[in-house]
Design a protein around this ligand. Structure first.
Ligand code: NAG
Ligand code: NAG
Length: 440
């Protein structure tokens, strides 16, 4: 290298090092890269929604929910309105494709009015998805934005997030204010069906209409728990807690016992938090609005369900956690008994053995683990194994479990249970239950 070049290189290096140290440059860099660097590294504590860089005790071995997960989940809720409308519009345009005579007949029989009615129902459901977004955003803001221990970078992230959903943080009154003319754009490839499932779960979990589906589950579980002495030194664990009715019911019924519920899906988890945190008027949901098949008439399709959330408050002893059950650990290892309650859960496993091992791992935190299960064996997507009831019973036995109870309810004269089942429909799905109570 010639002397001239060497001088030039050193000079450039010197200048770069000065520039790199300047605060303004650093801010510039962080503003350009922050979105990428930050959001997946900011961990969300649940249920407080407090931001942190420390992995919560319950999930120390990994896979925790992050700011990025929260963002994407809220985005999926926001996109519900557009995606649902697009789906309905496809039906409108297909019907528009008929010749003039048929088109007119479709109009006369009310087919187009029906599709308009569906759009109306979608619009009303959108009121709920908007409420979910606003409630979660305001809980997030309130938990962090006014807290001096939270860094300004993170506060900026919150501010941007609110802004991207059309809300401004009013620093004086500490509330979110809607920005007029907020436009929604679809960015992610969010499956509409998952969002519909989540908001329908507000009905399944908390509305009178689905009491019939909740009752047999609660009855069986309480029946098993009440055979034993559930005491304050015990812990109830509810994996796959969904929108939260079971963990909420159990925490309400056994107030001296801590209940940890764990949910992996952001959509379900935020729906659960919404149910606990939303304090305004009741909400109304149209769970079957886009069920075009099997309907007798539009009224049935537009069935409105009333969800009285004002009575759903988070009991002190309930700790709803957002994370992966297979890496969950209780905070204390001095429990007497841990009760793991699985309802409509085990067949969701890609790897059932992993679930069983995760339940057995709780033995380190107590003297005895009780496993109370109720639900079908309808294995989900790409399961590694699909055990039948007897195989599962033998597996429990050879792994050291002792059954105190096992039964099947699969009698169509009354032993079956719906799952978001539309009882007016010409197609109705029902499940049989495998119920067992086992301990190790
Ligand atoms: C966390 O779990 C989800 C769902 O099982 C999975 O898709 C994701 O890859 C996991 N993340 C990490 C960091 O293990
Ligand atoms: C969450 O936000 C709602 C709506 O602003 C509020 O009513 C509720 O008290 C908040 N809950 C928590 C736990 O912050």
């Amino acid at each position: 290298m010639s002397e001239g070049k060497l001088v030039l290189v050193s000079l450039v290096t010197l200048i770069m090092s000065i520039v790199a140290r300047s605060a303004r440059f650093k801010n510039f860099v962080s503003s350009v890269f922050s979105e990428k660097v930050f959001d997946k590294d900011i961990i969300i504590n649940s249920p407080t929604l407090k931001l942190t860089s420390h992995i919560p005790l319950q999930f120390e071995s990994g896979n925790v929910s992050t700011f990025k997960n929260l963002k994407q989940t809220l985005r999926a809720f926001e996109e519900y309105g557009i995606r649902a409308r697009d789906q309905n519009n496809i039906l409108i345009s297909r019907a528009n494709g008929f010749d003039a005579i048929v088109h007119n007949q479709l109009r006369v029989i009310g087919y187009f009015d029906k599709l308009d009615g569906v759009q109306d129902g979608i619009n009303r459901n959108t009121i709920v998805t908007k409420k979910i977004i606003k409630t979660i955003l305001s809980n997030l803001t309130f938990a962090n934005y006014f807290d001096s221990s939270i860094s300004n970078d993170w506060k900026l992230e919150i501010k941007r997030l609110c802004d991207s959903f059309g809300y401004r943080i009013d620093e004086q009154s500490k509330v979110l204010v809607q920005i007029p003319d907020h436009k929604v754009t679809c960015m992610f490839n969010n499956p509409l069906s998952r969002v519909i499932e989540s908001i329908s779960h507000l009905c399944k979990d908390y509305s009178e209409n689905f009491e019939i589906e909740r009752k047999p589950i609660i009855k069986f579980i309480k029946g098993q728990l009440d055979k034993l002495d559930v005491s304050s030194n015990d812990l109830l664990v509810v994996p796959g807690s969904g929108a939260g009715f079971l963990s909420w019911q159990l925490a309400t019924s056994y107030q001296n016992v801590k209940v940890d519920s764990i949910e992996l899906s952001g959509l379900m988890y935020l729906t659960n938090l919404f149910a606990m945190n939303y304090k305004e008027k009741d909400i109304r949901i149209y769970p079957f609005v886009q069920f075009y098949s099997g309907q007798k008439n539009l009224e049935n399709q537009l069935l409105e369900m009333h969800v009285p959330l004002e009575r759903v408050k988070k009991p002190e002893n309930l700790n709803p956690l957002w994370g992966d059950f297979t890496v969950y650990m209780p905070v204390s290892n001095k429990h007497d008994k841990i009760f793991v309650i699985t309802a409509y859960f085990i067949d969701t496993a890609e790897d059932l053995i992993e679930y069983v091992k995760a339940i057995e791992a709780l033995k380190k935190y107590c003297k005895k683990v009780h496993w109370i299960n109720v639900g079908p064996l309808k294995y989900g997507t790409q399961p590694k194994i699909q055990l039948n009831g007897e195989e599962l019973a033998r597996l429990r036995k050879i792994r050291g479990w002792t059954d105190t109870f096992e039964s099947y309810s699969n009698d169509c004269e009354g032993g079956l249970n719906g799952y978001l089942t539309d009882t007016n429909s010409l197609y109705q799905g029902y499940y049989g239950h495998l119920q067992f109570h086992s301990y190790i």
